[in-house]
Design a protein around this ligand. Structure first.
Ligand SMILES: Nc1ncnc2c1ncn2[C@@H]1O[C@H](COP(=O)(O)OP(=O)(O)O)[C@@H](O)[C@H]1O
Ligand SMILES: [Mg+2]
Length: 389
């Protein structure tokens, strides 16, 4: 059993639907219809999460959330998702002000509910997670060509892995023109990798103070705010940074571009796995070939590199089979093409793995993240091999 979830909802049909969804996911649903019962059940049963309707008779959902927050103090924090019929921004602000952690407008898709619940449960269960040692995997996301979607995939995979309960740090390794601030709507005032230069040594405490925690729960080590400071960060600095982050996180995801210069080569070297992101076009295939040759010359195992074909179902005139034929190796992962979803996430600064996790693109990246996590789990003996979760 994944744990008890308290459902506070006056509408019996919504109650039933939630109960069904929760049971499917392995949770025990505790159903109550009003605020007073909600507070009592919360105190007695200690649920791992609360789904809180707003249209309750008597004590309203907002008041329930506010009372819980006041009562629990600093000692604990039960995640609360507020369910409302009202999609306007005021309703969202009211819910968050009352103490909710997240917000869903009815009707919603069960998959979205489930993804958000998992993300919150993982976020607010630090003692559980931190009681085991970090997995410490360094994953390089290498763009075989600019514009193939490396940053898009690195960011959304990081969020998906966090949603699966992993501790994740995302490093913008594109030090000159890194665009994580744009993708994630963060200002130039946020700390960055360049701040390591003024510190006496690069250690866990320093990196803890430099990472920026994104709303999704993923920690970010950003690229410098201006390109000219990028060159001050050497490959030796970056090596020490990645090594230290690996001692703190399950996954250290490094987003790098195609150049095979010192720093990128160091990242490829230190990485446990290189995900070469490509699209099915000739110049990309040519670049992937060069990287495969380089990897061969450097003496790495060929299995260290995995091919990720992005926009796999877009028409390019080259299908997956012929790309595999030209590269003489399989494409391990494919991510679907959905230009609108990808570009609107970029323009709004809200990754699709948040609000749009249930979109075609969101599901495609989630499947990819699950497959990656499963492979790692098997490699380090966390999960038994066999069919996936
Ligand atoms: N799976 C996808 N389907 C459609 N468009 C995508 C997809 N992945 C990325 N894009 C779009 O491609 C463009 C380049 O993406 P980006 O992640 O910046 O690439 P890179 O980091 O490789 O330069 C962006 O406009 C992005 O929205
Ligand atoms: Mg990029």
């Amino acid at each position: 059993m994944a744990g008890k979830v308290l459902v506070v909802e006056s509408d019996v049909s919504v109650q039933r639907l939630l109960q069904h969804t929760l049971q499917q996911e392995g949770y025990e649903a505790l159903l109550v219809a009003d605020g007073a019962d909600a507070l009592r059940t919360w105190q007695q049963e200690k649920p791992i999460l609360i789904l809180l309707g707003t249209g309750l008779s008597g004590m309203d959902g907002h008041e329930v959330a506010a009372r819980i927050r006041a009562a629990e103090g600093a000692a604990g924090h039960v995640p609360i998702i507020m369910l409302t019929a009202d999609r306007d921004v005021q309703a969202k602000v009211r819910a968050l002000r009352a103490g909710a952690d997240d917000f869903l407008v009815k009707p919603f898709h069960p998959a979205e509910l489930s993804a958000r619940m998992k993300s919150l449960i993982a976020r607010f269960a630090p003692t559980d997670i931190s009681s085991r040692p970090p997995m410490g995997r360094v994953h390089a996301y290498y763009g075989a060509k600019g514009g193939v979607g490396t940053t898009t995939i690195a960011i959304n995979t990081a969020i998906a892995l966090h949603g699966l309960g992993r501790r994740v740090c995302l490093v913008d390794g594109n030090l000159q023109f890194g665009d994580h601030r744009v993708f994630l709507d963060l200002g130039l005032d946020r700390k960055s990798i360049v701040d390591v230069l003024s510190a006496p040594s690069i250690d866990v405490d320093l990196l803890r103070s430099l990472v920026v925690t994104h709303d999704s729960g993923v920690d970010l080590l950003l690229a410098p705010p201006s390109p000219e400071s990028a060159d001050l960060v050497s490959s030796a600095h970056l090596h020490r940074i990645l090594e230290t982050l690996a001692s703190m996180y399950d996954y250290v995801i490094v987003d790098i571009d195609k150049r095979l210069e010192d720093r990128n080569l160091m990242v490829l070297d230190i990485a446990d796995t290189i995900f070469a992101v490509m699209t099915a076009d000739l110049s990309c295939i040519k670049n992937v070939r060069l990287v495969l040759d380089t990897i061969g010359h450097l003496g790495y195992e060929q299995s260290k590199l995995k091919l990720v074909l992005n926009r796999s179902n877009a028409f390019t005139g080259i299908n997956v089979k012929s790309a595999e034929g030209a590269l003489k190796r399989p494409v391990e992962f494919q991510i679907v093409n959905e230009y609108r979803g990808a570009i609107s996430a970029l323009n709004t600064g809200e990754p699709f793995m948040g609000q749009k996790a249930d979109s075609v693109l969101g599901r495609s990246v989630m499947d990819f993240a699950k497959a990656v996590d499963r492979q790692v789990g098997q490699a380090i003996g966390l999960v038994a091999s066999g069919p996936g979760r």
